[in-house]
Structures are given as C-alpha cells and as structure tokens.
Design a protein around this ligand. Structure first.
Ligand code: DNO
Ligand code: MN
Length: 353
C-alpha cells in the first residue's frame, strides 16, 4: 500500500503540504491542474512546476486525479478528434514528469453528486449526504444551484462554465444511452491507450458516484459487470480501474469485500472510505471505521493485504471535524484519521502472515 493524499494545489486548498507531511506513512500527493479548462493540453512547464513543488516536500507526485474527459468525447461529437489529440499530449507531458497513474471518469455532466454538503451526523460533525427523493424530484439545474451555493469552493467536475451550459448538455445527451456511452468510452480508450502504454502510464477509470443513473443520464461504471466489461474493452496493461469503495459501495448490491478480492489486482489506485446507506436509498459519508458505515473497510484492507497490494491508496472523502473550514469532503482531520485506520488494519493483517 502506497499511501497518498489528495491535494488541490497551492491556490485551491485549505490544507498545506506541511500539514500532510505530519500524517504518518503518507508518501505521495494525488494532484491535478485544477484550474485548467477541460480539454486543454497540460503543458510541460505547468506540470513541472506543480511536481517540483510537491517533491520539494519529499512526496512523490506519481498519481494524477483527474485529467477530466471533455463532454464532447463522452457524446462522441466530431470535435472529439482534436480533444483526444490534446489528451494524448497531456499523457505524454505527464509521463515526462514521472506520472504513473491517471485517474479519470466517464460520467455524463456530473462528477460525484450529493444533495447536502454539510449534513449533520449524530456525533456533531458534518458530511456529504445524498437524499434520493430530492434528486428524483429536483430539476438538475436547481440542485446544482442550491448545492454549489453552500460552498465557496467549486466541486470537482462541477465547473461553473459547464454548469452554465447544463440545459444544453441535457439536450445533447438525449440520444445517448448506455450502449452508446460504452461505444464512446471504447473509442476514447482505443485511441489513447497505445500512447499511455508507450509512456508507461496507466489509465485508471473511477466508478460512477452514485453508481446508478441519475436525472435520466446514462451511467456505466456501476458494479461488477462494468468492471469486467471495462477490462474487456482493451487488453492493454494501461487499461485499469480505480477501486473506490465509497462510490461503488453506495449501492447495496455491490459487495466491496468480494469486489476487492476480485478486482484490486486490476486497480493500481484505490480510494478507501465508508458510507452509511439507509433503507430509502439515501446515504451519508462516515468515518473510515467499519462500525460507522455500511462498508466492511477492515476486510477490504484484508483483501489488499492478502495480495500484498503495492498500488496507491488514498483515504477518500472525510467528514468535517472540529469546525474545520475546508473543501467539502476534503478536510485534513478526518482523512488523516482515515489513513491511520487503513495503516493500522494493514499492519495487523501483515503481522499475521
Ligand atoms: C469521489 C472522488 C471523485 C473522483 C473523480 C475521478 O469518490 O474520488 O470525485 O475524484 O470521479 O475522476
Ligand atoms: Mn473515489
């Protein structure tokens, strides 16, 4: 387990590298050029500047999350050709700075979706919450407005430029069903994977969050069938998965311990966090502690320990604790506690070997 921590950069994060340095066992920073408009090439200079800064704190910068995929690629529009060329160039430029894994997702319009960013938990902390009935009853533009207004910091994948075009995007997706989306994903992968392979970079797709269709939009990375199918799209060793327990685990039909046993070996990157699912389909993010949520985090780690997992692991979202003012889900304290839980479980299983 190569423990990493997601960080949004000098301008966009309340957490500093000095602080992350004090979390035991943390070796690398998961980063991105968050201000870069989707579709543009990440230049060698911009990449180097970020990587050098991260490395100056003794961290590696081998994982990027995300290089976002432009909606026109997901929609299969003619302009995808140029956008795919740009993506390939970004892969080449990242490889030059030693990047090994690029995490991306293929969700139409929205990245992860929640209805409340600061929902109270019984312990007095707050966390990201998904209320099923609200998503089913609200107009998507309305939801974006209310959720986004609650935070001064933009949610990943909810860039204002994109959200301003939301109605137009919904019209564009009218004719895209799951099969078409799979086709567009395969087209994208078949174009970029040879370059990734040549440069020694692995593309690790992130599952959909939540892992089912919302607002009538197709979602295809939702469970075991999807993980299997993704790996069948191309046998390239650069075609891999990001194993995110919180995203897949938001659906009770996904048994994360079983999936870890089967798919961790195809996942160079794992996001480990817990969620508590309620009977009505709502869910809230909790601490990493197994007893606090619906996911058996301890036994997921046991599965990783069994295969002596050497991939990159990061705690995923955390609660907001002790009045911390931070990006929703990306504070310092709960993610630091999460790392200690993961390392403690890992060491206990390793010691039994
Ligand atoms: C949620 C997060 C996601 C993730 C992107 C990757 O679980 O990990 O926001 O960063 O979907 O593209
Ligand atoms: Mn994740």
């Amino acid at each position: 387990m190569n423990i990493t921590f997601r960080w949004y950069g000098r301008e966009n994060d309340t957490v500093t590298l000095e602080q992350i340095k004090q979390i035991p066992g943390t070796k690398g920073i998961v980063w991105a050029l968050h201000d870069k408009p989707v579709g543009e090439i990440w230049s060698t200079e911009e990449i180097e500047s970020e990587v050098n800064y991260i490395q100056s704190y003794g961290f590696h910068a081998e994982v990027v999350e995300s290089v976002n995929v432009h909606e026109s690629i997901k929609l299969g529009l003619p302009e995808r050709e140029q956008l795919i060329e740009n993506y390939k160039q970004t892969i080449r430029n990242l490889a030059k700075s030693g990047v090994k894994v690029i995490c991306y997702n293929f969700m139409p319009i929205f990245d992860w979706t929640r209805t409340d960013l600061y929902h109270p938990l019984p312990d007095g902390s707050t966390a990201l919450f998904y209320e099923k009935a609200k998503v089913e009853s609200l107009d998507p533009a309305e939801l974006v407005k209310t959720v986004a207004e609650a935070s001064e910091l933009t949610l990943p994948g909810w860039e204002p430029e994109k959200m301003d075009r939301i109605e137009e995007l919904f019209v564009a997706y009218k004719d895209i069903d799951e099969e078409k989306l799979w086709g567009n994903l395969a087209y994208f992968l078949n174009a970029i994977l040879p370059i990734a392979e040549e440069c020694g970079v692995v593309m690790a797709i992130h599952p959909d969050d939540p892992p089912y269709s919302i607002f009538g939009l197709p979602r295809i990375m939702t469970g075991e069938e999807s993980l299997k199918r993704l790996l069948e799209v191309s046998s390239s060793p650069s075609n891999r998965l990001t194993f995110c327990t919180g995203s897949l685990g938001a659906s009770p039909s996904n048994d994360m311990v079983y999936l870890a046993g089967k798919y961790a070996q195809f996942s160079p990157f794992a996001h480990i966090r817990n969620v508590k699912i309620f009977e009505n389909g709502d869910f809230i993010e909790t601490s990493h502690y197994t007893s606090d949520g619906s996911i058996d985090v301890t036994n997921v780690v046991r599965k990783l320990s069994e295969i002596s997992y050497t991939g990159y692991v990061r705690p995923d979202h955390g609660r907001h604790l002790w009045n911390e003012k931070c990006r929703p889900g990306y504070g310092l304290y709960d993610r630091a506690l999460g790392i200690m839980y993961l390392l403690g479980s890992w060491d206990a299983f390793q010691a039994q070997k």
